[in-house]
Design a protein around this ligand. Structure first.
Ligand code: GTP
Ligand code: MG
Length: 318
């Protein structure tokens, strides 16, 4: 046997690291944001029992062993009516681009109902059109009787030809580690894109504004949460370790302003107190949160990302 070369086999120069993105898509209220938080073990995304809570794609990083996964929480997929709706649905579909894994998250406990079942079928068809391989996540299994789960999984598997099906409870954490392990396996080789201890690319000020918006969704009813946005303002750290956080709650009509303020300012006080508690818990310092409410009938006309990052449509700073 002749040796063509005396040189030893090359030492692999590529790092063993893996990194990529996994998009969580699905109808509104499926539990995508709750699942993101459970997957990354942190309260990053806001959640509420009302549909269409999430308006932006939210990146949540999970780094373990050699693998970094960027989970992407997305706004729910629904029939858009307004500019804001369209921005939300566009943001959701955009998160598919560059995603190395895709999970369709549905609320398993409502799939017997005609409306949700039709919505799921529609999204399955849209994903097939985009030729994406998708894992199905049947969420909220804590609300379901076990015997109902298998037939549901079988029915959806016939509709969707999923690469895997997971039955989870984002609320209790049941089944979530299997999903995480599956996604990790799907991340391509490559260097990490973010430092190991980074949680998200969402600036702290913006996250804090989202926490206030979460309280609006939790505490106010009917159309009001949908007529509200929260803009981050001044963020002023003090020498004593505390931070002053100013935010503006925008509403579209004066009547909504009155509702957000509440009688003698009681509602805005309650919103501020609840949000402040969450901020303090996660920032691990004292927070002085100051909220003001302003009427801007046109806030929904500015794309969500531009508005939140302090830019108008023309790209000028506010
Ligand atoms: N029982 C139960 N409730 C859940 C579970 N996961 C989420 N929920 C609840 O379902 C509601 C919607 O959860 P979200 O995480 O906000 O849902 P989403 O899919 O992000 O909704 P949008 O942002 O509106 O698209 C909230 O009240 C959650 O607490 C679960 O596994 N079990
Ligand atoms: Mg959400």
């Amino acid at each position: 046997m002749t040796h063509l070369s005396e040189t030893p086999p090359p030492v692999p120069t590529s790092s063993p690291q893996r990194a990529g993105f996994a998009a969580l898509l699905g109808p509104p209220n499926a539990g995508k944001s709750t699942l993101l938080n459970t997957l990354i073990e942190s309260k990053l995304a806001i959640t509420s029992p009302k549909p269409q809570t999430t308006r932006l794609r939210v990146l949540g990083l999970w780094t373990e062993g050699e693998t970094q996964v960027g989970f992407l929480d997305t706004p729910g997929l629904f029939e858009p009516k307004t500019d804001l709706d369209r921005d939300m649905v566009t943001a959701a579909w955009q998160s598919l681009q560059g995603a190395d894994a895709v999970a369709l998250v549905v609320d398993a406990s409502v799939q017997k109902e005609r409306g949700p079942a039709a919505r799921t079928a529609e999204i399955i068809a849209q994903l097939a059109e985009r030729q994406r391989t998708v894992a199905l996540v049947l969420n909220k299994i804590d609300r379901m009787a076990r015997p109902d789960l298998l037939p549901l999984a079988e029915r959806l598997q016939r509709e969707g030809a999923f690469e895997a099906i997971f039955m989870v409870s984002a609320r209790t954490g049941n089944g979530v580690s299997d999903l995480r392990a599956f996604v990790k396996e799907r991340m391509p080789p490559g260097p990490w894109l973010y430092p190991e201890d980074q949680l998200t690319d969402l600036p702290e000020r913006l996250w804090a504004a989202e926490i206030t918006r979460e309280q609006v969704f939790l505490q106010l009813r009917q159309e009001v949460p949908y007529a509200v946005t929260v803009m981050p303002g001044v963020w002023e750290p003090h020498k004593d370790g505390s931070v002053v956080v100013r935010q503006t709650i925008y509403v579209t009509r004066p009547a909504h302003r009155a509702i957000v303020l509440g009688k003698n300012g009681t509602r805005i006080k309650a919103l501020g107190q609840a949000a402040r508690q969450i901020l303090e818990e996660h920032l691990k310092r004292r927070v002085h949160l100051f909220l003001t409410v302003e009427v801007d009938p046109r806030w929904q006309e500015v794309p969500e990302t531009e508005r939140l990052f302090g830019l108008t449509r023309s790209g000028q700073s506010r």
